[in-house]
Design a protein around this ligand. Structure first.
Ligand code: CA
Length: 343
């Protein structure tokens, strides 16, 4: 049986681009001859149709084929992102958190972004294979309150947190995420990295001009994003408002459990905040190349840009333009990452 890491594939059915997941890929691996007239072909087609429906044919939208690939057996499925331009940022924002100025960004070179956030299973493999030792600490929910705990870590982010091998890894710092990309580069022979903040927003938008990639109403988001929502609020009772819908997850959702954005990327909003390569600078500075990370004059940045919101996040901070900013050594039970690479 194919591992889930290998189990994302894209096909076009009736002109509609769909992303097929585990069981679909298993059946697509059968030989064409065997598929031709046998009962399995009928079953395969039925399963593909079911999977197409479940994965939101039409939700992905757009025309053309989605190009995906995988560089190595321990590498994540990657989605090719074509060049283009977009308006990055928003005017205004919360006090002390400018999201502008709005500026046109041109992505001139294709790049690839992992279709999902890095999973706990993938990170565990990295740690065991590389000998890298992330610090055993995490800011997480302990007995109903947020605490900096040395009893919790990426291995065990807390009793309140629902997680398994398919969950996004959390309690990882920016430095841990970079160490993972360096290991993945050694294993694959290809230079993996974190996305720049501009690449992240371009990919997250997926061509959308909305507040969210699904539109302007947070209430429509539960099909696409694991938010702080009506599934979570009764148990967690945070002091901020929940999204007026139910995504089915109180804390972490397995990666790829909800519908993708128009570029075929899962969980670009919600589930976990994602570290980017960039130093956080606000307002946005002028940069010569938005696909190169924004760095600091000193050896490390005071804070890194972290994007996309997470399972704890109130709806208005799930906006595509909202910018998190945190020290690169910080570990939280709602911070993770996904990898990128140049093409
Ligand atoms: Ca949720």
């Amino acid at each position: 049986m194919l591992a889930k890491l290998n189990a994302i594939e894209t096909v076009v059915l009736n002109g509609c681009r769909v992303v097929l997941r585990t069981v679909c890929c298993h059946f697509r691996s059968e030989s064409p001859r065997a598929m031709a007239t046998t009962r399995s072909s009928i079953l395969s087609f039925a399963l593909m149709a079911v999977c197409a429906a479940l994965t939101g044919c039409g939700a992905a939208g757009g025309a053309g084929s989605l190009k995906t690939f995988q560089d190595c057996d321990v590498c994540p499925p990657m989605v090719e992102i074509a060049p283009g331009s977009f308006l990055m940022g928003a005017e205004g924002g919360e006090e002390g958190r400018p999201e502008g100025p709005v500026h046109r960004v041109s992505i001139t070179r294709p790049f690839a972004l992992a279709s999902t956030e890095t999973t706990l299973a993938a990170f565990r493999l990295f740690v065991s294979d590389s000998g890298y030792e992330p610090a055993e600490e995490c800011r997480t929910l302990v007995d109903g309150s947020w605490q900096n705990s040395e009893r919790h870590s990426w291995r065990e982010p807390g009793a309140t947190i629902e997680y398994d091998d398919d969950s996004p890894v959390v309690c990882v710092s920016w430095r841990d995420a970079v160490a993972y990309t360096e290991w993945l580069s050694r294993r694959s022979g290809v230079a993996y990295r974190l996305p720049s903040e501009a690449e992240w927003e371009y990919a997250a938008r997926g061509g959308s001009n909305g507040i969210f990639f699904w539109g302007d109403d947070a209430a429509d988001g539960c099909r696409f994003a694991n938010l702080y929502d009506r599934s979570a609020a009764p148990s967690l009772g945070f002091r901020w408002d929940e999204a007026p819908c139910s995504d089915g997850y109180v804390t972490l959702a397995p990666v790829g459990a909800l519908a993708p954005n128009p570029f075929g990327l899962y969980d670009m909003l919600g589930n976990v905040w994602e570290w980017t390569a960039d130093c956080y600078i606000a307002p946005y500075p002028e940069v010569a190349d938005p696909q190169r990370p924004i760095t600091s004059d000193s050896k490390s940045c005071e804070r890194r840009s972290v994007r996309g919101g997470g399972w704890i996040t109130r709806p208005d901070r799930q906006r595509l333009t909202f910018r998190g900013r945190d020290p690169e050594q910080r570990r939280m039970s709602y911070f993770g990452f996904r990898v990128a690479r140049s093409l």
